[in-house]
Design a protein. Structure first.
Length: 215
């Protein structure tokens, strides 16, 4: 299944959003990110694609930066509530999540707040394998985010084997055509993934591998 962070405005890439909606059966969730967060008000174009994804049965997750535990609890909660109130988001994608065990209490509070704000699906994007305790807090842990070259050398800790593969996601960018990213994710115990060809400072500006706008 695909968890897709498409960080482009629907007005700029309408064909990509249409392709996502057509591929609803393949999607675990789509991350909504109007302005590196919810922004200052509801965006009508994002609201329209959000409604269509939800109507197609795709969970829509609001993007919220946690700055590795440095961002204030109240600021994170405010973003969660804005996604709920403005877009009817089904869940939350907490980005730049810390991985250290010392910050588990902070993220436990955020998890409780996200559920209270109506998050049926909660994703923590650590970008690497975190302390095992984080598996108790979220529905999906992103345990890798990075380039294809680095992904090929990733080692998976034993504790992940105690959880279903649906609990783990790998986000890979800079993936060359034909590279077996989905197969490699499955072999590493991650049933959720997203592999994109983009690279550089903004790799999540296009569709995942095998999901072209013409498909």
């Amino acid at each position: 299944m695909l968890l897709v962070p498409l960080y482009e405005h629907p007005a700029d890439r309408p064909e990509d959003w249409e392709a996502l909606i057509r591929a609803a059966d393949l999607l675990r969730a789509v991350v909504l990110n109007p302005a590196s967060g919810p922004g200052t008000g509801a965006d009508e174009r994002f609201l329209a694609v959000c409604h269509r994804l939800k109507d197609a049965g795709v969970p829509v997750l609001g993007y919220v930066d946690t700055d590795y535990g440095r961002r204030r609890h109240g600021a994170v909660v405010q973003d969660l509530l804005r996604y709920r109130d403005w877009y009817g988001a089904d869940g939350a994608f907490l980005d730049q999540a810390a991985a250290e065990g010392e910050l588990l209490p902070h993220y436990r509070r955020l998890s409780v707040a996200a559920r209270a704000a109506g998050a049926h699906t909660l994703v923590l994007n650590h970008g690497a394998h975190p302390h095992p305790g984080y598996a108790e807090l979220a529905d999906v842990l992103v345990t890798f985010e990075g380039p294809w070259d680095a992904y090929q050398a990733v080692e998976v800790p034993e504790w992940t084997g105690a959880h279903p593969p649906e609990r783990f996601c790998h986000l890979v960018y800079g993936v060359p055509p034909g590279a077996p990213a989905a197969e490699l994710a499955r072999r590493r115990g991650a049933a959720v993934h997203c592999a994109v060809p983009g690279a550089g400072t903004h790799p999540w500006a296009g569709l995942p591998q095998g999901l072209g706008a013409a498909g």
